[in-house]
Design a protein around this ligand. Sequence first.
Ligand code: URA
Length: 200
Amino acid sequence: MSLDDLAEQIKLCTRCELRASATAPVPGFGDIGAKYMLIGEAPGGNEDKEGIPFVGLAGRRLNQLLELGGIDINDCYLTNVCKCRPPGNKTPRKAFITACKPWLMQEIRLVMPQTIITLGATPLGLFSSNGVGQMHGTIMEVVIPDAIKVNLIAQYHPAAALHQPRLWSVMLNDWQSLPESVPHDYMIVTWVRVKEWLNE
Ligand code: URA
């Protein structure tokens, strides 16, 4: 299957009630073989209108952070845990995340990124039971069965500093010094979590 075929399927999705209020599902954007897969929470207002992830304010912040991390946006596949905008940009409920998860799995299997960067608590929650306050700026290794072994870097959501301005300097530091070591206990936590995730 190609990414275009997958995008067409995602656009027809009615697996949860978010579809009813969204303009349309927003599939990921980027190419097969992208070095990095960046996973956000869900489309916001601009993304909902334009049908592309991270085209609004959060996207502009993300571009700044990528530049700091020395990551070229052309090496990235951008996507979200939930493909439809939650009304009022609320954090998606667990049922919506569960309904949408198979699309993300298919994206991972098709794109085969070397590194996944989770942006905020919602995508990190798919891979780790630790929160983003503890994990931000750390790198783990995760294995996606039938797919690949990837590095996973947990980062705050780029929009987090809009609500908590003091986080911006933390985020700048995290992106400037992307870590190189993989703490062993995080790997174990992650393994357990990925297995739970796939069995759900
Ligand atoms: N926030 C997200 O998590 N994803 C987007 O695509 C835009 C804003």
